[in-house]
Design a protein around this ligand. Structure first.
Ligand code: PEP
Ligand code: MG
Length: 581
């Protein structure tokens, strides 16, 4: 048995066989065949192409029903597999040059990938990642497909082991077949963590070396609460974790059952608990958790890996208005594109940046690609006709930036008016407060917006200079740092003074003791991943505002994160529901 430690980002226990995803390339060395092997090797190549085509065709059919966007992407993979020019390149690699089919595939596909990579045009430049997929699929069939698998077509429940999971991979997941995630990289707020939480499956990220240590079929235990992964555990360990899993299930059931109850503090203050959504299908989890609406729709996930495919105004409008209908009269907060940095497809056309978190991301990217921005604003405005849509700009760092975004919004409204298209003239416009500069000028910003939503995930990253997805510095990513407490207080106070609404939509509120601290700092409005709603509601129902205030006041006097955490651990447990196990 091997035990690995990582960061537990989604609680619970999973016990299942591993499915290892190799996100890297297959390393194919140049190898030659004897002339008498040519015929046999050509047959092997043909069989691999055929099997790959069959596999993709089946997947195309399945996705046509379940996921039209993925379907369109996969259809292009089929076109590549059927392309005559690619095929004759592969055949000539084997026949004329005497390469093994594996090397012919890697060489020919590599050339196409280079050509597409160098294209400036948005649509074509995105195709190289599709070619990568096709190359990996062909190699998988040539190499027997046993060692490394991909996510399509899992037929039994598996724990997914990978270096990291890309948004396309998670979007294509058959979620009913995934018991848990274990990844080499990532931190509390990385994409894999957020997806695992929204799916309600255990996950451990930031483990370091893992992919090479696990083989397909190894039995794995993932303890997402403790951040531990056990590879090939003995029977006693399996029994112990089965018991843990059972008690966690019971705890979850109790918490979920109570989720329909309103969240009101023991001394009578009502809370609003909203949900964070990445993919439109998550809305059903949010309804199940009895959320009060959508506090953050991360719309960039409509673009990731599908630039120019899911970006039409109609596509956006349809998604937004469906969401509005799904939550019937509740608020839907739509954040404009927050692309870049941790939410960046490699092929998005921004180019390589030395510091992507400080680069052309988010609102800055929307200014560069005003065409995409305006398309999205039009769709949001059209969906706002029902009055319960709010619009939110990410990563605002100055009043000038906010004014520029609002200027584009006004011009877009003018356009719609001229075209006679109805929308809510008074649509509430807010900003994410997620960089320290925004906190320091929160009083000025508050005069020009209707609401603040504190993005603690990024606020912590930028204030403490700690990359939120880098496991090497994950121990420094400290929500209880006194600097963070002060930044939060400044933002909440500025909103209160200006009499505008303030909420928090980062992961911070999902830690019960920090949630109590946030209540004490003055927050009554939260937005969290749907799976976290029941527990947060339970915590909020357990506290009295007066007690939480005392806890926060004392916390603000402390000098280190450790002191703050010790203080919270000493003061808060009496107020909280029972821990998972
Ligand atoms: C945040 O930064 O806290 C946030 C909620 O946004 P995201 O995690 O999408 O950056
Ligand atoms: Mg953010």
């Amino acid at each position: 048995m091997v035990i690995k430690k990582g960061i537990g980002v989604s609680p619970g226990v999973a016990i299942a066989e591993a499915l290892v995803l190799d996100s890297g390339q297959y390393k194919i060395r140049r190898k030659y065949i004897h002339p008498e092997q040519v015929e046999g090797e050509l047959e092997r190549l043909d069989r691999a192409i055929e099997s790959a085509q069959e596999e993709v065709s089946d997947f195309v059919e399945q996705q046509k029903r379940d996921n039209p966007e993925i379907h369109r992407i996969i259809e292009t993979h089929l076109a590549f597999l059927q392309d005559e020019e690619i095929r004759s390149g592969l055949v000539s690699g084997v026949k004329e040059h005497g390469f093994t089919p594996e090397y012919a595939v890697s060489r020919v596909m590599g050339r196409y990938i280079k050509v597409f990579e160098n294209m400036q045009d948005g649509i074509f430049s995105t195709r190289f990642s599709d070619l990568h997929d096709v190359e990996k699929r062909l190699l998988k069939h040539l190499l027997g497909g046993k060692e490394r698998e991909d996510l399509s077509g899992i037929t039994e429940t598996r724990v997914i082991v990978a270096r990291d999971l890309t948004p396309t991979q998670t979007a294509a997941l058959d979620t009913s077949m995934v018991a848990g995630f274990a990844t080499e990289v990532g931190g509390q707020t990385s994409h894999t963590a957020i997806v695992a939480k929204s799916l309600g499956i255990p996950a451990v990220v930031g483990i370091g070396k893992l992919v090479k240590d696990v083989s397909v079929g190894d039995l794995l235990i993932i303890d997402g609460t403790e951040g531990v992964v056990l590879i090939n555990p003995d029977e006693d360990e399996v029994d112990r974790y089965r018991e843990k899993s059972r008690s966690f299930g019971i705890y979850e059931e109790i918490v979920t059952k109570d989720s329909a109850l309103p969240a009101v503090s023991t001394d009578g203050t009502p809370f609003t608990v909203l949900g964070n959504i990445e993919f439109p299908w998550e809305i059903k989890n949010l309804v199940k958790g009895h959320a009060d609406g959508v506090g953050l729709f991360r719309t960039e996930f409509l673009y990731l890996d599908s630039l120019a495919r899911a970006t039409s105004e109609e596509a956006h409008y349809e998604i937004y208005s469906n969401m509005v209908s799904a939550v019937l009269g509740q608020v839907v907060t739509i954040r404009t594109l927050d692309l870049g940095s941790d939410k960046s497809p490699p092929d998005f056309g921004v180019g390589m940046e030395a510091n992507p978190a400080l680069g052309c991301r988010s609102l800055r990217f929307s200014f560069v690609r005003e065409d995409l921005f305006v398309t999205q604003l039009r769709a949001i405005l059209r969906a706002s006709v029902n009055k319960n849509v709010k619009l939110m700009f990410p990563l605002v760092t100055s009043v000038a930036e906010l004014r520029r975004a609002r200027g584009i919004l006004s011009r877009t409204m003018d356009e719609l008016r001229k075209e006679g298209i109805p929308f809510n003239e008074d649509i509430p416009v807010g900003i994410m407060v997620e960089v320290p500069s925004a906190v320091l000028i929160a009083d000025s910003l508050a005069k020009e917006v209707d609401f603040f939503s504190i993005g603690s995930n990024d606020l912590i990253q930028y204030a403490l200079a700690v990359d939120r997805v880098n496991e090497r510095v994950a121990h420094l990513y400290e929500p209880a740092h006194p600097a963070i407490l002060r930044l939060l207080k400044m933002t909440i106070d500025a909103a209160a003074k200006a009499e505008i609404e303030v909420s928090l939509c980062g992961e911070m509120a999902t830690d019960p003791k920090l949630a109590v601290l946030l209540v004490g700092l003055g927050l009554t409005r939260f937005s969290v991943t749907p799976g976290d709603i029941p527990e947060l509601k339970k915590v909020l129902r357990s506290v009295a505002i007066v007690d939480a205030k005392k806890v926060a006041e004392a916390a603000l006097t402390l000098a280190t994160a450790e002191e703050v955490l010790n203080h919270l651990k000493a003061e808060v447990p009496g107020l909280l529901p029972r821990a998972p196990y």
